[in-house]
Every structure is written in C-alpha cells, then in structure tokens.
Design a binder for this molecule. Sequence first.
Ligand SMILES: CC(C)(COP(=O)(O)OP(=O)(O)OC[C@H]1O[C@@H](n2cnc3c(N)ncnc32)[C@H](O)[C@@H]1OP(=O)(O)O)[C@@H](O)C(=O)NCCC(=O)NCCS
Length: 169
Amino acid sequence: MIVVNSVALRQPRSDDLAGFCKIRRDREMQDQLMAVVQDTDENAVADWIARKASSKDLTFLVVSDTASEQFLGYVQISSIHRESSSGYVGIAILKEKRALGIGYKALAALHSYAKLKLRLFKLILLVRADNLPANKLYTNIGYRRVGFLEKHYPRDNSRVDVFVYECIL
Ligand SMILES: CC(C)(COP(=O)(O)OP(=O)(O)OC[C@H]1O[C@@H](n2cnc3c(N)ncnc32)[C@H](O)[C@@H]1OP(=O)(O)O)[C@@H](O)C(=O)NCCC(=O)NCCS
C-alpha cells in the first residue's frame, strides 16, 4: 500500500466491484476518459478488472481512503515501456468525491510508486482539452503540456482537441 496523507493506493478487492460498476456505468465519465464501454453488468466489470490486473504492461490500483479503505476511484499506468522507462497515466475519481484534493494525492502516490517501485523515468498522458478539472490537476502536480492532437476525439457529430502531457519523475 502507498499512502499520501488521507489517500492510499492498494490492489483491487472483491468489495470494490460496486465502486468500479459506478465508474464504468457513468457515460459522462467514460467520455472524459475517452473510453468506449459496451457491457456494464457486474460480470463484465469483474472481467474488465481481471483483465487489467493480469496485464503485464499495466499497473492498476484502487484509490482508497487511508483510514476506512473505502473505494474512491482508481489510477493506472498503461503501456509500460521498459526500454524508455515510461508509461501512460489514467485516473478516475468517484463524482461525489471530487474537488477534495483526492486526485492530487492519488497521483502523488502513483508518482512515488512509478519512480521507486517500477523504476520509471517519465509518465505521459492524453487528456481532452475541454476537461478542465483534469487539465488543472495535471498542471498542479507538475505535468508539462508537450503536444496537441487536433480534433482527435469524436464527440456529438464533432471532434474535440486532445492535449499530451508528460512529467519527469
Ligand atoms: C480529473 C479528476 C481525476 C480529478 O480528481 P479530483 O479528486 O477532483 O482532483 P483534485 O481535487 O485533486 O483537483 C482537481 C482540480 O480541478 C479543479 N476543478 C474542479 N472543477 C473544475 C472546473 N469545472 N473547472 C476548472 N477547474 C476545476 C479543482 O479546483 C482542483 O484544482 P485546485 O486544487 O487548484 O483547486 C476527476 O475529475 C475525474 O475522475 N474525472 C473523470 C475522469 C477523468 O476525466 N480522468 C482524467 C482523464 S485524462
């Protein structure tokens, strides 16, 4: 377990399923994550968690309250590339727990884990330009905007721009 004050990162547990279902069933949130989700029944969500947990180039951790161990969301580092010591960050925090600094603490903990345990040199991420809280969070914690993907993500018969960020650990 990695702890930053009131927020801890830990391995997923079976009692996290309801929290994961909430996130997978939230269309607005999936759209912010630029994810396409088909099935959201409990079995499909459990399969999704199992696929993540068994993937070799992926770190997938639950964000939880340090004291109560309550599920607050998740963080991941995907496409971990050993030669370049880099990977792609993803984060999702339950709607009712946002703007409390949980995302910041979860990323701070993930950065420690990435540097000390995974020996990564840098983290990269893609985020919709119109996702203001996420852009704020990444800038606050030290990511630098290094790229711009024009009209990258299709949305409502249009396409939205996407920013590329990186953070040297
Ligand atoms: C992005 C996300 C992880 C942030 O989590 P969080 O726990 O709310 O993060 P924090 O509270 O640490 O920081 C959020 C920042 O955004 C700010 N913010 C919140 N709503 C905002 C808005 N509508 N416009 C601009 N800034 C906003 C907060 O004030 C805070 O900045 P501050 O600390 O300088 O005040 C969360 O909103 C989320 O899960 N979103 C859906 C999934 C997603 O978009 N993931 C990222 C995709 S790349």
